[in-house]
Design a protein around this ligand. Structure first.
Ligand SMILES: [Ca+2]
Length: 401
């Protein structure tokens, strides 16, 4: 046994962050910087959505305003009793409102006097009615026609003198050059924003719908109230997992894992007992067994869930002694990577005098699972005292979130 009791020392593992005051300044700054960068990215995404909604609202508002202005120009009657002259054609109903009247047209007819058939081609001299969209005319995203009949319809047109003004509802755009055969075509927002240099509308996938779009998340994620971002579902707390008895549920990004940490099998040199679901402790060594004293005093298990393509290098976790160094405590510590699957993805470095830090140095693309084993040995005047081992399993999501 080393000079320290198990209670005098603990293994500090900081998963995915280094918030401790003891952390090296460098690590804290990098982590804080990453947090700020992520917050800024989130803010940008919010702004993009806000901007898109703004454009949509503006289109809607302009279309409504144009209709209203056109009607004011062409509908203004000289006499409020004009309804008696039956101004509404094709079975339209004349309704008085204040000093004006209005025609409520039957299906298939439009215009201030129900004089236009809605499916009839617009006459020459037609003016496109949606200035907000003129900047994107000619964009392939706006001439997209699907088999869905809801993705195109006749424009809303009003007649003024010899000119016909046509407009489309928000989310639609007049086709072609706005000529006689023009129809209102659905704007494929997903396609439009997929093009280079334009922001992503959705964190994962975008689904175009007639007049609009919506975002969808992959299985294992839920959409957030911003209708754009995806958040992992924690199956372990929602009881959606099917982990059998004796196994532990570990939440991962986009899923979950059932794990069963096992202690090494005992032999004549030493044996282990499970002291908690995630820790094994070596049984006391015989007085004369030097080999036993070199076995890890504790073996602890840790699980991390990471997104794909995390920017590297990034510190993933730390291992430290809580006790101050120096007599009668250990005078020095040594840290090492003991291998484990894909250990070449990691390096270990000193964060400070009593803390080791495991750093991911290769970009990981999911889905994949890695394992890294870290050991920390205590020395007293260059003489080995005790070793502690942490086994870290890393689950990498197939997505960047
Ligand atoms: Ca999950």
């Amino acid at each position: 046994m080393g000079p320290l009791s198990a209670g005098a020392l603990f293994l500090l593992l900081l998963l995915g962050a280094c918030p401790e005051a003891r952390a090296s300044q460098n690590c804290v700054n990098n982590q804080q910087l990453l947090t700020v960068i992520r917050q800024l990215q989130q803010l940008l995404r919010g702004q993009e959505t806000h901007f898109t909604r703004g454009i949509r609202n503006m289109r809607s508002w302009l279309a409504a305003l144009q209709n209203s202005v056109s009607k004011t120009v062409s509908d203004a009657p000289s006499d409020i009793s004009e309804c008696s002259s039956q101004p509404c054609q094709h079975g339209g109903t004349c309704v008085r409102g204040g000093s004006q009247y209005k025609c409520i047209c039957p299906p298939g007819w439009t215009g201030s006097h129900c004089q236009h058939q809605t499916q009839t081609a617009a006459p020459e001299g037609l003016v496109t009615g949606d200035p907000a969209l003129s900047l994107v005319t000619g964009d392939p995203a706006f001439s997209h026609v699907t088999g869905d009949p809801a993705s195109s319809h006749a424009p809303r047109c009003t007649q003024e003198e010899h000119l016909q003004y046509c407009s489309c509802e928000a989310g639609f755009q007049l086709s072609g050059d706005g000529g006689a055969d023009s129809v209102c075509l659905d704007v494929d927002e997903c396609e439009f924003y997929k093009q280079e240099g334009r922001p992503n509308l959705c964190m994962h996938d975008c689904v175009n719908t007639p007049g609009s779009y919506h975002c969808v998340c992959p299985s294992g994620y839920r959409i957030l109230p911003d209708r754009q971002s995806c958040e992992d579902v924690n199956e372990c707390v929602t009881s959606q997992h099917m982990c059998s008895q004796g196994t532990m549920c570990i939440n991962t990004r986009g899923g979950f894992q059932c794990v069963k940490p096992e202690c090494p099998e005992g032999n004549s040199n030493g044996s282990y007992v499970k002291t908690s679901p995630l820790q094994c402790e070596r049984s006391p060594c015989p007085m004369d067994s030097k080999h036993c004293r070199h076995l890890p005093k504790t073996i602890s298990f840790h699980y991390l869930s990471l997104p794909s393509n995390l920017k590297t290098p990034v510190a993933l976790f730390r291992m430290a002694t809580a006790s101050p160094l120096g007599w009668p405590r250990p005078t020095s510590l040594r840290f090492g990577l003991m291998g484990g699957k894909s250990h070449n993805h990691f390096v270990i470095q000193r964060a400070d005098r009593r803390t080791g830090e495991v750093v991911l140095v290769k970009t990981l693309e999911g889905p994949q699972t890695l394992e890294v084993v870290v050991d920390m040995s205590e020395y007293l005047d260059r003489s080995f005292q005790t070793k502690y081992v942490s086994k870290v399993t890393i689950f990498v999501s197939p997505y960047n979130f």
